[in-house]
Ligand binder design. Structure first.
Ligand code: NAD
Length: 420
């Protein structure tokens, strides 16, 4: 038993062990690479609108500090635990290293349901969380960003709280903040855009005509909505499946994603959208399509449905959507399902966050075109490295991507040595 005991952390460790065996990592180095450097748990007492005081649990995990400060999103979700936060931090480490960013991985969040909080309550939770984290984070220590359940506004409250305590504006403490207060053009769209860039590269390799392709996108938040809109409007792919936590829709003739976006802007969710086409959310994942993009929660592709997937490309917009059990099945189906693993597929977010951090530290301004161009160049480099190594070593795309990340962290640890 340890403080990270949790199924998601176990899954991240199981994935790591596959890579450690493949890389023949010295047993003395394995735990040092796998376990987080630091973990912080806080209790947040918060004034609620009805006059009561409620306490929430908050977490922050800093996985390693070998390559620079840690970097990672902040998740507000009811079931968040220390173990899940640690798993997400570990994935961030391999993701940052794969993209060659000077960061270790981190993740944090609060166990709460943001949809059940008023705006004032959400602000109170956000500010109190940042206030409790002040001794442990900083522009050169640990930089926060958005994740599930948080957005630009939450990042603005984080930045404001931190800055008030320092006595001057410290934009570099968070990324994903509004452009009006030092955010980077294109950050909000970066993850979804990156997903689509890589899907286009995969379609190209597989000689698939986008105009004849169909896609199912799970999740219609930051990542899923940008990915679905971009696939439909820019790439010319027909979206046949779309879901959020309230509804899953499938229509072989196609879904008007712009109308879905308008609906969500007005009503908040997809619950009442295209009601005649609602399907079972789990079954939607195994319905016919060329591209399946899970862009919501972890562990949705499992050993129970991996054999049934009918997609040609699995584009993992979410973190940890595929379990190791599913991976074993997908490894057998390597010539049927082209996997774009999460640490590559959704890296667009942290890459543009890195640009935002650099811009903040140096008071630089780049246009959205410059940002997107730099983003695609980094993704292109990672994509070709992952594909090349997978082909040469006859390994899965996930093993290839993670091995590149783990290897970089391992080499840096070896070079720096162990103190004392
Ligand atoms: P978000 O909060 O903006 O949106 C989440 C979406 O998923 C919502 O539409 C929600 O309704 C839906 N959802 C939640 N539970 C669901 C379920 N069980 N089935 C179907 N839909 C469900 O979150 P986001 O920022 O878009 O993040 C989504 C995923 O992408 C997460 O795994 C996150 O860690 C990962 N990610 C996000 C970023 C980023 O920049 N935001 C970067 C990298 C990875």
């Amino acid at each position: 038993m340890h403080i990270y005991d949790d199924e998601v952390f176990q899954m991240a460790c199981d994935q790591f062990k596959v890579i450690a065996d493949y890389l023949e990592v010295d047993p003395n180095d394995r735990e040092r690479l796998m376990f987080p450097k630091r973990a912080i748990a806080v209790t947040l007492p918060v004034h609620m609108d009805d006059g009561s005081t409620r306490t929430f649990q908050g977490y922050r995990v800093q996985h390693h500090l070998t390559l620079g400060p840690t970097k990672g999103g902040t998740r507000f979700a009811p079931s968040l635990s220390m173990g899940e936060t640690a798993a997400l931090a570990m994935w961030m480490s391999w993701k940052c290293a794969l993209s060659n960013l000077p960061y270790g991985g981190a993740k944090g969040g609060v166990a709460c349901d943001p949809s059940k909080l008023s705006r004032t309550e959400l602000e109170n939770v956000s500010r109190r969380y940042m206030q409790e984290m002040i001794p442990f984070v900083g522009p050169y220590t640990d930089i926060m960003g958005p994740d599930m359940g948080t957005n630009e506004q939450v990042m603005a409250w984080f930045m404001d709280t931190y800055s008030v305590y320092q006595g001057y504006s410290v934009g570099e403490i968070v990324t994903g903040k509004p452009v009006s207060i030092g955010g980077t053009e294109g950050r909000r769209e970066a993850t979804g855009r990156g997903v689509v860039y890589l899907v286009e590269r995969a379609m190209d390799m597989l000689k698939l005509d986008p105009e004849k392709c169909t896609a199912i996108v799970q999740g219609f938040g930051n990542v899923g909505s940008v990915a679905a809109l971009s696939l439909a409007l820019k790439t010319g792919v027909k979206i046949v499946g779309l879901s959020d936590h309230t509804a899953a829709i499938y229509n072989a003739k196609g879904i008007d994603v712009k109308a879905a976006e308008q609906h969500v802007l007005k009503k908040g969710t997809l619950r009442a959208f295209m009601q005649d086409d609602h399907v079972d959310p789990n079954e939607m994942l195994t319905m016919k399509c060329d591209i399946l993009a899970p862009c919501a929660v972890d562990r949705v592709i499992t050993e129970h449905n991996a054999a049934k997937l009918q997609c040609r490309i699995l584009a993992e917009g979410a973190n940890g959507p595929t379990t190791p059990g599913a991976d074993r099945i997908l490894d057998q189906r390597w010539d049927e399902v082209f996997v774009i693993p999460d640490i590559l597929c959704n890296a667009g977010g942290v890459i543009v966050s890195y640009f935002e951090w650099v811009q903040g530290l140096q008071s630089f301004l780049w246009t959205e075109m410059e940002v997107t161009d730099k983003l695609f160049r980094i993704l292109e480099h990672s994509f070709s490295q992952v594909i090349r190594r997978a082909k040469e070593h006859k390994i899965s795309h996930r093993t290839s991507a993670m091995a590149i990340g783990v290897e970089r962290v391992m080499k840096a640890k070896k070079t720096r040595g162990l103190f004392p």
